[in-house]
Design a protein around this ligand. Structure first.
Ligand code: NOJ
Length: 728
C-alpha cells in the first residue's frame, strides 16, 4: 500500500513569500541553522540583463511582458538538508547549480533547447513561478533488489517564461532526494501543443564544480555500450555514456544518468570545456535529435551524490522513483530465477547457431539441458539458434530472420511441453541482427507462438554496429539508426508492450540503456548493455580483473545486467592463447550477488559443472529476487562487498570481489538479525589462489555466526567470496 505525505504549496505567491522572507526551519529551504549548512555561492548572482540602449535597441523587438519575475535564485533542499539545488535566470538563460554540505558539486550550469524551426528556448527566459512540494511514499516492487522502495524527496518546479515569443515556457521540475537530484523539463513551445517539432539540441549542462577521477565508456562509438571502462581525470572524458561516475577531488561521488527514457533519444555527456558536460542527444539518420510535439516532457536527468562508492550502489532507487508506476497491472506471471542455456558453446565455437553438423539447438541437446535444469532448480533453458535465418552471414542478413519457423532438428512444441512436464520453461530467443522493421513485422506472431508454448521470457538481440539499426521508411528505403536513438527507444518500448500482451518478460541484448523503466513495465526484467562474459570467449582483450569491480559502480547503477556469470572452466583454450576468464572460481560465484539480475544465467556448458559440484551448490541455492540489498564496502574499480536478503526466506547472501589486488577484508555482520545464529556456508579463495596461476584453489566451509561477529575474508588476486547465511 502506498503511504503518501504530500505538502504542496500551490500558491506561488505564498511560496515566494516563504522563500524570500527566509523560511528557516523548513525542509524545503536550506537555512543557517546548526543542522543545515548555509550553501556557499554556487554561481554568479542572477543579475538581470542590462537595458539595451543605443542604435541596437531599435533593431530588437520589444520583450513581451511576462508579469512579475523572480530575481533571486529559487532553491530546494533534500530531506536531510545536505543537498541544495538552486535555479535562476541569468541574463535570460535558465541556470542551476547543486551544493552538498555547503560546497558546490555542480557549478553554474545552463539549461535550454534549440529547435529545427522557429523560436529556440535558450534566451529571453525569465523565472516567473515556483512551486514546491514534499513527498514521502513507499511502494512495492513485483521483483527487484528490494521489495519496498521509499520515495522521499522535496520538489521544486521552476517556470521560465519567454519574453521573445508567445506561449514559450520551460518548467524545470527538480526532485531532491538524500541520494541525489533528478530534474526534467516540461516544455511549451507555442500554444498549439500538438504541433510537430524537432529538437536539434538540448543545452543541459552538468558543470562539475571541481576536478576528480572519472570512469566512463565512450559514446557514439561502434560497440554500443560494450567497452572496458576508461579511468582518468574528469577532463579526459570526451563524450561519455551514462551512468558516468566521478569521484570529486574533495570527496563526494557522483553518477550522472537519466531516468524514464521514453519518446526521446538517449543522452550522452559531451565535455565541451573542462568539466562542463553538455547533454548530447543521439540523432535520427535523416535529421534532428528528437521528434516530438510542441508541448513535451523530457526524461529525468539524474545526479546521484554519495559520500563513498557503496553509497552510489545504495542510492540507485532514485532512478526507479523517477519512473511512472506499473502500467501492466497484474504481473504475477513474471518469474525471476536462474537459468541455463545452449549459448556458451556457440561463443566457444564448439556449436553453431546456424544449421549443420555442430548445430547447438538440437532437440536432443535441449532435452539434456531441460533435465539438468529440472534436477538443479533452474527456472528455464535459453536456446539460441533455434529458428531459420542464422545460416550464412547472420550479422548482416537480419532481414531474412524468421521468428516463427524452427530448424528441422529443433522440436519447439515437443520441447516446450517436455520442459513444462519437468517444471521448467524454455526461454525464447529473438536475435534481430538489428533489422528492426523485419522484426516488428513479425512481433505479434513471434510472441504469440512463444506464449502458446508456455514461454515466459525472451532474450532479444540487436547485434550490429551502433548506428546500423535497420529501419525501412514508408517508401521501403533503408535508414540506419543508432542503438541509443529515439527510434531505438521507441522500438524497445513497442517490444515491451507487445511482450506484455503475451505475458512475456524481456532480456534485451545490445539494448537501449536501462533508465528504470522496469518500474512502469515490470516485464523489462534484465538486459546486457555491458561488456559481458562473452568477451572472455573471444573479446580482444578479455575483461580484466578490474572489470566487474568497475561495472558494479558504473553500468550496474542503471539497473540489472545479464552479465552471464558462472563459468567453471576458466582455462579453456582461446585462439589467441590469452587466458579468457580472468577470475578465480570463487569470484564467479560472488558475481551472482554483486551483479544483480532477476534472470541470472549459469553460463557454462552443463558438463563443466560436474567438475566442481561443491562450488556448483552455491549457484543452485542463490536466489534472483531480493527482499533487501546493501552494498557494505568498496571502491570503484577495486572491490565490492554486497549483501542481499532472499525474498522467499530469511537467508542472507554475501558476495565480495576484488581486482588484481589480493585483499583481507573485515566485514561486520551487523546486517544479520540480532539474536539469531546463522550457519554461514562459505565459498572462498584458498590462501594460494590466484586468477592466473591457481584459479581453482578454493575452500568450502561452514561456520556459526551472529550479527555481532566480524567476518574475515581473504580475497585472492581477482578473487572473491560467496556466502549463504541460513538461520539455525
Ligand atoms: C550477442 C549477445 O550478447 C549474445 O548473448 C548472443 O549469444 C549473440 N548476440 C547471438 O544472439
Amino acid at each position: 500500500m502506498a503511504i503518501q505525505i504530500g505538502r504542496p504549496f500551490t500558491s506561488t505567491a505564498q511560496l515566494k513569500t516563504l522563500l524570500f522572507a527566509g523560511f528557516c526551519g523548513s525542509v524545503l529551504v536550506a537555512c543557517g541553522s546548526p543542522d543545515a549548512a548555509e550553501p556557499s555561492d554556487v554561481g554568479t548572482p542572477p543579475a538581470q540583463a542590462d537595458a539595451i540602449s543605443g542604435p541596437l535597441a531599435n533593431a530588437l523587438p520589444e520583450p513581451l511582458d511576462v508579469g512579475p519575475v523572480i530575481a533571486d535564485p529559487a532553491e530546494i533542499a533534500s530531506p536531510d538538508s545536505r543537498t541544495v539545488v538552486r535555479v535562476w535566470s541569468q541574463d535570460g538563460e535558465p541556470h542551476y547549480a547543486i551544493n552538498r554540505d555547503g560546497a558546490p558539486v555542480l557549478a553554474d550550469s545552463q539549461l535550454g533547447f534549440r529547435f529545427a524551426e522557429g523560436h529556440n528556448l535558450e534566451a529571453g527566459l525569465q523565472l516567473t513561478a515556483i512551486e514546491t512540494a514534499a513527498h514521502d511514499e513507499s511502494w512495492e516492487q513485483p521483483w527487484g533488489e528490494r521489495r519496498v522502495v521509499r520515495d522521499h524527496h522535496n520538489e521544486l518546479a521552476a517556470t521560465f517564461t519567454s519574453t521573445e515569443f508567445e506561449g514559450g515556457e520551460i518548467t524545470v521540475r527538480f526532485r531532491v532526494f538524500d541520494a541525489g537530484v533528478g530534474f526534467r523539463f516540461e516544455v511549451e513551445r507555442g500554444s498549439d501543443g500538438t504541433a510537430p517539432i524537432e529538437i536539434t539540441d538540448e543545452l543541459t549542462e552538468f558543470h562539475l564544480a571541481e576536478s576528480g577521477e572519472a570512469w566512463w565508456t565512450p559514446a557514439h562509438e561502434f560497440n554500443r555500450y560494450e567497452y572496458i571502462y576508461s579511468t582518468g581525470a574528469v577532463e579526459d572524458a570526451a563524450n561519455a555514456h551514462t551512468p558516468f561516475t566521478v569521484r570529486l577531488d574533495s570527496g563526494p561521488y557522483l553518477a550522472i544518468h537519466e531516468a524514464a527514457l521514453v519518446n526521446y533519444s538517449g543522452m550522452s555527456l559531451d565535455q565541451r570545456r573542462d568539466r562542463v558536460f553538455e547533454a548530447e542527444l543521439r540523432g535520427w539518420s535523416d535529421g534532428g535529435k528528437v521528434r516530438t510535439t510542441a508541448h513535451f516532457t523530457t526524461p529525468w536527468r539524474t545526479i546521484q551524490i554519495a559520500d563513498d562508492a557503496p553509497g552510489l550502489i545504495n542510492g540507485t532507487d532514485i532512478t526507479l522513483n523517477l519512473n511512472e508506476p506499473n502500467a501492466l497491472g497484474d504481473v504475477s506471471w513474471l518469474e525471476p530465477g536462474n537459468y541455463i542455456g545452449i549459448w556458451w558453446g556457440m561463443h566457444l565455437n564448439e556449436y553453431t547457431w546456424g544449421s549443420g553438423p555442430n548445430h547447438g539447438a538440437t532437440t536432443e541437446r535441449t532435452r539434456a539441458y531441460i533435465d539438468f535444469a529440472a534436477e538443479n532448480g533452474f527456472i528455464g533453458v535459453l536456446v539460441e539458434g533455434w529458428n531459420i535465418g542464422w545460416d550464412g552471414d547472420w550479422f548482416n542478413n537480419g532481414e531474412i530472420i524468421d521468428f516463427t519457423t524452427p530448424y528441422e532438428d529443433f522440436d519447439l512444441e515437443g520441447l516446450a511441453s517436455y520442459a513444462q512436464e519437468r517444471g521448467v520453461r524454455l526461454i525464447g530467443h529473438h536475435e534481430t541482427s538489428a533489422a528492426i522493421t523485419n522484426y516488428e513485422n513479425q512481433l505479434e506472431d513471434a510472441f504469440a507462438l512463444y506464449e502458446a508454448n508456455g514461454i515466459r521470457a525472451v532474450k532479444t538481440g540487436y547485434v550490429d554496429d551502433a548506428g546500423e539499426m535497420l529501419r525501412r521508411d514508408e517508401d521501403g528505403h533503408a535508414r540506419y539508426e543508432w542503438h541509443d536513438s529515439q527510434f531505438s527507444v521507441e522500438h524497445h518500448q513497442r517490444v515491451l508492450e507487445a511482450a506484455a500482451r503475451h505475458r512475456i518478460a524481456i532480456n534485451a541484448h545490445e539494448p537501449i540503456k536501462d533508465t528504470g523503466l522496469r518500474r512502469t513495465y515490470p516485464n523489462a526484467m534484465t538486459r546486457e548493455g555491458v561488456r559481458g562474459q562473452e568477451f572472455n570467449a573471444w573479446g580482444d582483450p578479455p575483461n580484466g580483473p578490474s572489470h566487474t569491480p568497475t561495472i558494479a559502480y558504473t553500468r550496474m547503477l542503471s539497473g540489472p545486467a545479464d552479465f552471464t556469470p558462472g563459468i567453471f572452466d576458466l582455462t579453456f583454450e582461446r585462439q589467441d592463447g590469452v587466458r579468457g576468464v580472468q577470475t578465480t572460481l570463487s569470484k564467479q560465484l560472488a558475481l551472482y550477488v554483486v551483479l544483480y539480475s532477476p534472470l541470472a544465467m549459469a553460463a557454462d556448458l552443463i558438463e563443466n559443472y560436474d567438475a566442481h559440484p561443491e562450488m556448483f551448490q552455491f549457484i543452485r541455492d542463490v536466489p534472483a529476487d531480493w527482499e533487501e540489498s546493501i552494498a557494505l564496502q568498496g571502491e570503484v574499480g577495486e572491490y565490492v562487498v554486497q549483501v542481499r536478503k532472499d525474498r522467499a526466506s530469511e537467508d542472507w547472501y554475501l558476495g565480495a570481489i576484488t581486482d588484481e589486488t589480493p585483499r583481507g577484508l573485515s566485514v561486520p555482520l551487523d546486517f544479520l538479525d540480532d539474536g539469531t545464529s546463522y550457519t554461514a556456508q562459505i565459498y572462498r579463495d584458498r590462501a594460494d589462489a590466484h586468477w592466473l596461476t591457481n584459479p581453482y584453489a578454493y575452500v568450502v566451509e561452514e561456520r556459526t555466526v551472529t550479527a555481532s561477529d566480524v567476518m574475515e575474508l581473504p580475497l585472492a588476486s581477482s578473487g572473491g567470496a560467496a556466502i549463504r547465511f541460513v538461520p539455525q
